[in-house]
Design a protein around this ligand. Structure first.
Ligand SMILES: NC(=O)c1ccc[n+]([C@@H]2O[C@H](COP(=O)([O-])OP(=O)(O)OC[C@H]3O[C@@H](n4cnc5c(N)ncnc54)[C@H](O)[C@@H]3O)[C@@H](O)[C@H]2O)c1
Length: 391
C-alpha cells in the first residue's frame, strides 16, 4: 500500500540546510516508517545558491521568499534552518498557516518572542519541535535512560563544556553569529543552548538558578563582503565592525532535583573543534559523553568489585540502544548526520500519528529562559532565576 506522503519545505540551505535535507532523504531508508517525506521545496535568499542546493540536496523546487512557501496549500511541514533572528517570525507565520513546524535552535532571540512561538504552537495544536539534535545521539538517549532507571542513584553534578576554535583567528570576519541583532548571543546561545538542553533531558529536571560570567576578547573584526556566508569560506571587506556577542560564557547552576552544575561555552579554545563533552555524577556512578567520540560512553559504577573498579568504555551501538536497531551491527559506528536522521524520523512519526514531539517549543522556551537568566546574571553579577514558564 502506498504510504501517506508528507510534503516538506525547508527554509535555509547551508549548514543545517544540508543536515536536514540529508535526514529527510535518509529517514525512510533506515527506519520502517508509516509515512514518506516528500522534499517539496527548499528556500533561501540567493536564487543562484538555492537553485544549486535544490539539485545537490534533491528537492523538487526552490523558492526565494519564505512567505511564499508558507502561503502554499500543498506544504505540511515547515522546517526552519535560517539564522536565529528569523525563527520566531517564520515559526509563528507557519503555525498560523496550519503547518507543522520544526525549528532550529534557539527558538528565538528573546524570551518574549520564544513565549509567543510556544503560545502559537499550543493555540494551533500543530506538531512543533526544536532541533536539539544531540538528544537523538543514541549514546545520549541511552545515558538519559540509565539515569531515569536510577542506575546512577540520586544525581549530584552535571559538568558540561562545549568548546570550539573556529573564530580564534582575529581575521575571521563578522559573520552573523557574531552579531547580537541576528544571533541573540554568541557561544552562549550557540553552544551552551545544547548543553542546557542535554542537562534538562538527561536529568529530567529544570534549572532553578544560575550565576554567569561572560567575555568578548576580540572586540572588532572585518565586515563580511558576502553576507550569505556560513561557517567557512568567508570573504572579508576592508571595513571593521564591532563584535556584539560573547566569545565565552560560563555559568554555575542549581537544578530542581538538588544537583549542582557548571557549564562553559567558547569558540576560542585552540585545538578544540566540536568538544561537546559532559559528565554526570550520581551517588552510585558517573557517565561521561564526548561528541568527538559519539559512539561511546564512559561509565563508572560504585558497586563494581574492588580491583575491577574503573571507567568502562561502553559501545553505544548495541541494537537495544535507542535508534541503533535501524543501523548496523554493533560497533559499525554512526556519525553526526544520524542525530538528524533520528530526529526527523521521530518528528515525522509524530506528525503521522498526531503525537507530541519532544523537544517541543516549550523546551525551546525553557532553554531560552535559562540563556536569558545567565545573560542577566552576567550583568547583575548575582544569581538569577529563569522567568516562569507560562503562556
Ligand atoms: N542543531 C545544531 O547542532 C545546529 C548546528 C548549526 C546551526 N544550527 C542552527 O541552525 C540555524 C542555521 O544555522 P546554519 O549554520 O545553517 O547557518 P548558515 O549561515 O550556514 O545558513 C543560513 C541559511 O539561512 C538562509 N537565510 C538567511 N536569512 C534568510 C531569510 N530571511 N529567508 C530565507 N533564508 C534565509 C541563508 O541563505 C542560508 O541558506 C541557526 O539558527 C543555528 O543556530 C544548529
Amino acid at each position: 500500500m502506498a504510504k501517506r506522503q508528507i510534503n516538506v519545505a525547508l527554509i535555509g540551505y547551508q549548514f543545517m540546510g544540508k543536515a536536514h535535507s540529508n535526514a529527510y532523504r535518509q529517514a525512510a531508508r533506515f527506519f520502517d516508517m508509516d509515512v514518506e517525506p516528500v522534499l517539496k521545496v527548499i528556500c533561501g535568499r540567493s536564487e543562484e545558491k538555492v537553485k544549486h542546493a535544490q539539485h545537490q540536496f534533491g528537492w523538487q523546487e526552490y523558492a526565494t521568499r519564505w512567505e511564499d512557501v508558507i502561503a502554499r496549500n500543498d506544504i505540511d511541514v515547515i522546517d526552519i534552518g535560517t539564522p536565529n533572528n528569523t525563527h520566531a517570525a517564520i515559526a509563528q507565520a507557519a503555525l498560523k498557516a496550519g503547518k507543522h513546524v520544526l525549528c532550529e535552535k534557539p527558538l528565538a532571540i528573546s524570551v518574549d518572542d520564544a513565549r509567543e512561538s510556544w503560545k502559537t504552537a499550543v493555540e494551533t495544536g500543530l506538531i512543533n519541535g526544536i532541533c536539539h539534535n544531540y538528544r537523538f545521539a543514541p549514546a545520549i538517549a541511552y545515558a538519559a535512560k540509565l539515569v531515569k532507571e536510577g542506575r546512577l542513584g540520586k544525581i549530584r553534578h552535571f559538568r558540561g563544556v562545549y568548546l570550539q576554535d573556529w573564530i580564534v583567528n582575529a581575521e575571521v570576519p563578522l559573520v552573523w553569529r557574531l552579531d547580537k541583532s541576528i544571533a541573540g548571543s554568541g557561544s552562549h546561545g550557540d553552544l551552551n543552548a545544547h548543553l542546557i538542553d542535554t542537562a534538562r533531558f538527561v536529568m529530567q529536571s529544570e534549572f532553578s538558578e544560575v550565576c554567569g560570567l561572560s567575555e568578548t576578547f576580540i572586540k572588532e573584526r572585518s565586515l563580511l563582503a558576502d553576507t550569505d556566508g556560513g561557517l567557512s569560506g568567508f570573504k572579508s571587506s576592508s571595513d571593521k565592525g564591532t563584535v556584539t556577542v560573547d566569545d565565552v560564557t560560563s555559568f554555575l547552576a542549581r537544578f530542581d532535583n538538588g544537583a549542582t552544575a557548571t557549564f562553559e561555552a567558547t569558540r576560542l579554545a585552540p585545538g578544540r573543534k566540536n568538544h561537546n563533552r559532559w559528565e554526570i555524577n550520581g551517588e552510585k556512578g558517573s557517565i561521561v559523553y564526548n561528541q568527538e567520540r559519539m559512539n561511546e560512553l564512559e561509565v563508572y559504577v560504585t558497586d563494581d568489585p574492588d580491583g575491577l573498579k574503573g571507567f568502562h568504555l561502553v559501545q553505544a551501538t548495541e541494537s537495544f540502544m535507542p535508534y541503533m536497531s535501524a543501523y548496523w551491527p554493533v560497533a559499525h559506528i554512526i556519525g553526526y548526520e544520524h542525530t538528524f536522521v533520528n530526529m526527523i524520523y521521530d518528528f515525522l512519526t509524530c506528525v503521522a500519528h498526531n503525537k507530541q514531539f519532544l523537544p517541543d517549543f516549550e523546551d525551546g522556551f525553557r532553554n531560552q529562559t535559562v540563556l536569558d537568566a545567565v545573560d542577566r546574571s552576567c550583568i547583575s553579577r548575582t544569581w538569577e532565576k529563569p522567568v516562569a514558564a507560562n503562556i
